[in-house]
Design a protein around this ligand. Sequence first.
Ligand SMILES: [Zn+2]
Length: 208
Amino acid sequence: METGAEYKGAGELHANRPPASLPPRSATSRSAGPRAPRFDIPEVDAFTRPYWEAAGRGRLLIRRCRAAGCGLAHHYPREFCPRCWSEDVVWEAASGRAVLYTWSVVHVNDLPPFGGRVPYTAAVVDLAEGPRMMTEVVGCAESRLRIGMALTVRFRELEGARTEGEPPLCIPVFGVASDASPDTAPDAVTARAARSSSLPPQEGDGGS
Ligand SMILES: [Zn+2]
């Protein structure tokens, strides 16, 4: 798990935490529709754009350190390895497999639009590649949740958050794994296929 000094630089994601003060994209990019502030839209910048574009195509990306003797995978994405501080860190398609570490069912949330979604299951999951990730578990009754249960990633499109001409904004969430054998689960197959396709090397990372 990731401990130690937090890197405070650019690129911190707020995918699963309600951002405090983001301008609502929908207010400026749409000519009609509700103008109420919303707190579920991630801030996409040059560094995190590959992550959100991949999510829009149904792929979960993590970051992998390539420094000799390290190789740590981490999430949320950072431009430096949180263990060895190497800048030799690249994007990698995750398998989408995870196990449930802990959860909390949220019954009250005053921040729009979360109030319209309660109750929902805020969760922390351990990705198969190692990183621990804050997310949401969907499609599973609270009584069925179990620590260590197998999950696979799904993607929820943020309604009303699409900017014209851009791909949909999607948030990774997790559902109960559809197959007891993760190697044959459809999601795993999809993720493997995605991994074998060409992810451009990200040494420069655009925004760094
Ligand atoms: Zn490292």
